[in-house]
Design a protein around this ligand. Sequence first.
Ligand SMILES: C[S@@+](CC[C@H](N)C(=O)[O-])C[C@H]1O[C@@H](n2cnc3c(N)ncnc32)[C@H](O)[C@@H]1O
Length: 261
Amino acid sequence: MNRAVVEPDLRAILEQEHSPVAPDEISVAEGYERWAPLYDDDPNPLLAREERYLEPLLQTLRGRSLLDLACGTGRWLERSVAQGTTLAVGIDSSVAMLRIAHQKSVIRTHLAGANSENLPFSDATFDLAICSFALGHFPDLGLVVRELARVTKPEADVFVSDLHPEAYMRGWRVGFRYADAPMHIKTQARTTEEIIEAFCSNAFECQTQEALRLGEPERHIFDRAGKTNYFSEACSLPAVLVCRFRRADLKRGHERSGEWS
Ligand SMILES: C[S@@+](CC[C@H](N)C(=O)[O-])C[C@H]1O[C@@H](n2cnc3c(N)ncnc32)[C@H](O)[C@@H]1O
């Protein structure tokens, strides 16, 4: 029997395999169906690095409405609800990922099955949106950004993070192991400029872009995976791209100044 042995494919992330198209690349639907059961248990240095940067920014959500686009098992949604958002919704296209999210009582009633390309929300619903480690899976990024522009309010903040394009170009992949073989989930290669352009040509302004490198706080993940040898090399590349966009207020025609938090 082909038993699922799912564990983080740190090797794929850290050994920098150089093949631009992995021979074992699987569809997004199939990938997350298989990965979902152990997604939350996978120690992942990229997610850890992103959390280290974003978590302090998510301390002041009280009174705001939040959309977690492609929320997966609810990693950010859970934190956001705990911060006292007035409305917090996570959508995802994977039933398997949502099933895991649904086991978390805090967010059980905050989930919806939907595609990012066709969001089941009224115009101008959200003050804030997060899209974490999913951009690369969207075949038509412009379509998703237009939906984001539609459902966010003028001056809403949108945070997006993903594997950094430079790391992707160097062969890094986010994946997992299945039946002892590395699996890579289908991902579109895009440059940082292409990502920013997709937002800026659809009613957003880019406030900040950060190229985050792994650091000492992530070392223990390498150690535990027996990959200590790769740690220094992994730290030499930008690992995670995090961009903050602001939805333009087209009526006012100028951007609000001041900090999100
Ligand atoms: C790497 S996981 C990230 C989950 C979560 N945002 C996090 O950071 O832990 C990527 C997620 O994107 C979802 N996804 C991919 N394409 C999608 C689409 N077109 N619409 C909605 N969800 C999508 C997958 O089902 C998966 O749950």
